[in-house]
Ligand binder design. Structure first.
Ligand code: PMP
Length: 289
């Protein structure tokens, strides 16, 4: 596998980051996960814009322009001959001293990995996924805005460990005010009486690119407008259908939360329409904007 790092495509075993890099020492940096479908890079423009927003929020200045990073991504995909797969774009603060001071790191490290991806097993898309509600709350926006896709994912990882301990793959997280926010690596949608809703960004979530694609594009084209609103866990338990979205997961139905069954315990008709329309849209001619 070829990795693009700091301006060069190199074999994987030559792609190295220093132990003095603040991405490693402090989780100081940001990243994106992006999909390749049938030779097209899904929502690359949106991912690059979100990457630049994250970097700006943490006052990290990329040494490469957005166009240069886009070129690096396309070069990495073609060097690895991928027509379907997953891209990881990372900016770290770079090599510095042992102190926190971010501006003593003169040059951010930039790298791009492009590889194949393992999805959740297909039967989960058909029978529905089981998740739990994490005890751990989502970090408040005032402390570290979840809109920043930072290299510091311990809040999510600790909730993910709760899920793994419970024998499931995802955990739903509440914010400090008790509103439903998102899962550890996926956004959440509820269906009730034919209406579809999802928490707004100010619930303290990462505004997922997949989430936004459903709101702007799939929902309207299916005649299923999606409303952003705050809701409590009770509304999730009383939902007819529940589904998650994310770059890796795509769209996947949830049929159980802990020991509670959602709806009739099967992946409902509206979730199925989103799952199949998503697949149809990305496999035909995935939008790259
Ligand atoms: N929330 C979190 C915390 C995430 O890390 C992700 C990305 N894996 C998502 C939501 C989904 O975002 P996207 O659709 O952009 O992958």
């Amino acid at each position: 596998m070829k990795i693009w790092i700091d301006g060069q495509l190199v074999p994987q075993d030559e792609a190295k980051v220093s132990v003095m890099d603040h991405g490693l020492l402090y989780g100081d940096g940001c990243f994106e996960g992006i999909r390749i479908y049938n030779g097209r890079i899904f929502k690359l423009g949106s991912h690059l814009r979100r990457m630049w927003d994250s970097a700006e929020e943490i006052r990290l200045q990329s040494p490469y322009s957005m166009e240069e990073v886009e070129r690096a991504i396309r070069e990495t995909v073609s060097a690895n001959q991928l027509t379907d797969g997953y891209i990881r774009l990372v900016f770290t603060r770079g090599v510095g001293t042992l102190g926190l001071h971010p501006f003593l790191c003169p040059v951010p490290t930039v790298f791009v990995i492009a590889d194949t991806i393992k999805l959740y097993p297909q039967e989960l898309y058909e029978s529905g996924m089981q998740i739990i509600v994490a005890e751990r709350r989502r970090v408040p926006r005032e402390c570290l805005d979840p809109q920043i896709k930072s290299l510091n994912y311990l809040n999510n990882i600790l909730a993910k460990i709760e899920a793994i301990d419970a024998g499931v793959l995802e955990a739903l997280m509440l914010n400090m005010e008790g509103w439903v926010s998102e899962c550890t690596g996926d956004n959440v949608f509820v269906v009730k009486d034919g209406a579809v809703f999802t928490p707004p960004p100010d619930a303290g979530i990462l505004n997922g690119i997949t989430r936004q694609f459903l709101i702007d594009d799939l929902g309207p084209s299916l005649g299923l407008p999606i409303q952003e609103k705050l809701f409590r866990l009770e509304e999730v338990y009383q939902a007819d259908e529940l589904f998650l979205t994310g770059t890796a997961a795509e769209v996947i139905g949830v049929t159980r939360i802990g020991d509670r069954v959602i709806g009739d315990g099967t992946v409902g008709p509206i979730t199925r329409r989103f799952v199949s329309e998503f697949r149809a849209r990305v496999s035909a001619d995935a939008p790259e904007d």
